[in-house]
Write a protein that binds this ligand. Structure first.
Ligand SMILES: Cc1cc2nc3c(=O)[nH]c(=O)nc-3n(C[C@H](O)[C@H](O)[C@H](O)COP(=O)(O)OP(=O)(O)OC[C@H]3O[C@@H](n4cnc5c(N)ncnc54)[C@H](O)[C@@H]3O)c2cc1C
Length: 491
């Protein structure tokens, strides 16, 4: 196993001002998570990876609920759910550590858990509104036969890149539409390429209330996939990461009650920007994990097989291995930089604000009283949550977080493709069963360059951050921070 870890020393070295005792807690929490995820991945993912890939290749949409149940038992579904809702309360760093470990074993199965986390992320911006609703339901379902999964639906048939960037959105060819009706909204339209879309019980869906003005009116809704008018219209044939189905979804006047609005009407473009800033470092970690998976398998073969051992004596192979190590190390570093920026400075302060802690300290039985719940779901509470975000972060920090996240995502995708290609080239036809594993990893790698915004779009975001005169390689701000659990508002 290689040394791509997030050690206490590594974090402290990058951020010399973080000497608080909580740093040790955070590091041991991350290390424990890494060990737990690695052992889960070895036991449950590696033995299934090739067979699931084959099965889902023959039968698009095929899904293995067994692995989801195993993941639920190992805590892989609750990692982003805030602590007051019964979850583990992680944010970007936790998600990254998990995704690298899962995807080093199987990126297809890893993406099931990643897409679930992606579906949860918009709810984290809604303060306490969803703690006692959908989020508590997700946690409660973990012990059941069918643990509840989530997904996020942004992409449309005529708009992929355009819906992921607030500036491009204004010109996007959006065809979906959320219409205001008494007591809620009616959603119509089509969403495409939605990971987990055919198996999720709840989907965070972004649609405009006025398709002619998407930038101003995009809004996020929580859709129960058992609602009338919702249908899975197609299961996609996937090139890689096949264990996680991608689906086309159709919405025909699907009713969403007011209480399942995520955030406020019209805030969808900003929410998408923040959600993608949080989810791109974990996608960089997916790429890093795939690259590490190929590199570790190749090294094991070179050391254990006679043909491999002869190859290992050649200098061009040694240089290729050193270059892979370098690429993986830097991809890991890039996603950790971005995740720390988000957790410690861009969004963490909102989650750790005294007002958020106060809410988190209220007993769930009190929060669930109908009068209190009505208040938590009210327009006033939603406006207060947004105001808190504005008070605790600023455009500079968000811009740097967006730039670093995009950099980490693009780097992770490119490194995955380069390392898997190089590994395949070295092993060639001589590697026996390893060849099938490397070929799958190479197919898995390509998708990382596409989803969560193509690498081209992400590089546009990096340039935008630079144009805002943001220093991307910099030390954290001076103010002291408390790097405790990010999304649990731990009191
Ligand atoms: C396996 C997989 C899983 C996915 N999962 C999800 C999911 O769970 N939820 C979801 O909502 N979506 C999901 N997607 C959709 C994904 O986010 C989009 O495919 C992606 O945003 C690109 O959109 P597009 O395919 O429409 O390409 P297009 O937007 O049509 O782009 C085509 C090409 O043009 C380039 N391009 C477009 N605009 C620009 C620009 N302004 N500047 C520079 N280059 C540009 C792109 O980089 C790309 O190379 C998934 C996609 C895949 C492949």
């Amino acid at each position: 196993m290689t040394g791509h870890s997030s050690s206490c020393a590594e974090i402290a070295e990058q951020f010399p001002r973080l000497r608080a005792p909580e740093l040790a807690d955070l590091c041991s929490e991350l290390q424990e998570l890494r060990e737990r995820t690695r052992s889960f991945a070895r036991q449950e993912l590696i033995p299934r990876a090739l067979e699931l890939d084959r099965r889902a290749g023959e039968e698009p949409g095929y899904f293995d609920w067994d692995v989801v149940r195993a993941g639920a038992r190992a805590g892989m579904l609750r990692f982003l759910v805030p602590a007051p809702a019964g979850g583990s309360g992680g944010l970007a760093m936790h998600a990254c550590i998990m995704m690298e470990e899962l995807c080093a074993a199987c990126a297809g199965i890893g993406l099931i858990f990643g897409a679930h986390g992606l579906g949860i992320t918009p709810l984290l911006l809604g303060g306490a509104a969803h703690w006692d609703g959908v989020l508590a339901q997700l946690v409660a379902s973990e012990a059941s036969e069918r643990p509840l999964l989530m997904a996020l639906a942004i992409t449309e048939p005529e708009a992929g890149t355009d819906v992921e960037d607030p500036d491009l959105l204004a010109r996007g060819r959006i065809t979906s539409h959320a219409r205001r009706v008494p007591g809620g909204y009616r959603l119509s339209g089509t969403k495409r390429f939605i990971s987990n879309g055919s198996v999720a019980r709840w989907i965070s869906v972004v649609m405009p209330t006025d398709p002619m003005r998407p930038a101003e009116t995009e809004t996020c809704f929580l859709v129960d996939t058992r609602s009338e008018g919702f249908a899975v219209s197609r299961a996609e044939h996937k090139m890689g990461q096949r264990a996680c189905p991608a689906a086309e979804l159709s919405f025909d006047e699907v009713f969403v009650p007011d209480e399942l609005l995520v955030g406020r009407e019209g805030d969808g473009a900003t929410e998408t920007l923040i959600v993608l800033a949080c989810s791109r470092p974990p996608v960089g970690a997916i790429g890093t994990g795939i690259a590490r998976g190929a590199y570790e398998r190749l090294r094991a073969w070179l050391h254990e097989d006679d043909v491999g051992a002869r190859l290992l004596e050649r200098q061009h192979v040694q240089l290729a291995l050193a270059q892979m190590e370098e690429e993986i190390h830097l991809a890991h570093q890039a996603y950790m930089d971005a995740a720390m920026e988000i957790d410690l400075w861009a969004l963490g302060p909102t989650m750790r604000h005294p007002a958020a802690r106060l809410l988190a300290g209220l007993p769930p039985s009190f929060r669930r009283r109908s009068r209190v719940r009505r208040k938590l779901l009210s327009g006033t509470a939603r406006a207060q949550t947004v105001a808190l975000l504005h008070r605790t972060t600023d455009d500079r920090r968000l811009s740097r977080a967006v730039g670093l996240s995009s950099l980490a995502k693009a780097r992770g995708g490119d490194v995955a493709v380069r390392v898997t290609s190089a590994a395949l080239q070295i092993a060639g036809l001589r590697a026996g069963p390893l060849r099938a594993e490397l070929e799958k990893l190479w197919r898995d790698a390509k998708l990382v360059q596409i989803y969560e915004g193509t690498n081209q779009l992400n590089r546009v975001e990096v340039f935008r951050t630079l144009s805002n005169e943001e220093e991307m390689r910099c030390l954290p701000p001076r103010e002291s921070i408390e790097p405790a659990r990010m999304n649990g508002a731990r009191a």
